[in-house]
Design a protein around this ligand. Structure first.
Ligand SMILES: [Fe+2]
Ligand SMILES: [Fe+2]
Length: 243
């Protein structure tokens, strides 16, 4: 399994796996890497280099997941990354998906009877996706940040316990569904059931986007399930041990 490290030159990393570009942007680096190594670029931008390397390896290699290493990062680092990812999805990835779907469907001139079906599935996906993100941002992440603050400042514990009397991360763990599975349905309709009178080039661009988004979502969920949830369980144990 090929893994990158802090001495890898970032331009070389991208030449090997260009799907890492959005991940690298979210982590805080922009194009124009020159011959600099990850270490040099992260230092210049004040980015935690170990976190950077771990995240790109998680995305690059499906079998790589160093839970031990990732569990060392603070919850604020993890949540900051997850929030940036949500912003990128909402501000760019979803609108781009809508744009490509519109372009794809509007280029079908005759016998386009699957248009409505594709629109329906895409609408369903987007609505559920926005709900998913809102739940995390409005309920889950603030809980985790408050919980984490109690560790640093025990005087906040009483107010925290009051506010979150019956709340634990277990509920989220159980309910947290995989958005990438919903994406699978949308892809499947386009691949299997469309008539051949759609523009194939636009269709290919649309599908490439959907595949990249699906992979991104899978890794995003892995970070939430395998890093955030176990970390929060550790914190809950400390904060709630005398309750
Ligand atoms: Fe999320
Ligand atoms: Fe999620």
């Amino acid at each position: 399994m090929e893994l990158f490290n802090e001495n890898s030159k970032l331009a070389q990393v991208i030449l090997k796996d260009h799907t890492l570009l959005p991940v690298i942007n979210r982590l805080g680096l922009k194009l124009g890497f020159g011959d600099s190594t990850i270490q040099q670029l992260c230092k210049k931008e004040g980015i935690d280099v170990t976190f950077f390397v771990e995240i790109i390896n998680v995305f690059h290699n499906e079998n790589y997941f160093s839970e031990k290493k990732l569990l060392d990062f603070s919850v604020t680092t993890v949540i900051d990354y997850l929030l940036k990812t949500h912003r990128n999805y909402v501000d760019y990835v979803i609108p781009e998906q809508e744009r490509l779907i519109d372009l794809f469907l509007s280029n079908c001139t005759t016998g386009c009877k699957e248009n409505e079906l594709v629109r329906k599935f895409n609408k369903k996906f987007t609505e559920e996706f926005i709900k998913h993100i809102q739940l995390e941002e409005i309920e889950i992440f603030p809980y985790v940040i408050n919980l984490n603050e109690v560790i640093g400042n025990p005087s906040k514990k009483a107010a925290f316990m009051d506010q979150y009397k019956n709340f634990t991360i277990k509920g989220f763990e159980k309910e947290h569904n995989n958005m990438d599975e919903k994406m699978f349905d949308l892809k499947n309709i386009i691949i299997k059931y469309l008539q051949p009178n759609y523009d194939q080039n636009i269709g290919n661009s649309l599908l490439s986007n959907l595949f990249i988004f699906e992979k991104d979502l899978k890794n995003h969920s892995r970070i939430e399930d395998k890093i955030l949830v176990p970390k929060v369980k550790q914190l809950e144990k400390i904060v709630k041990k005398d309750e």
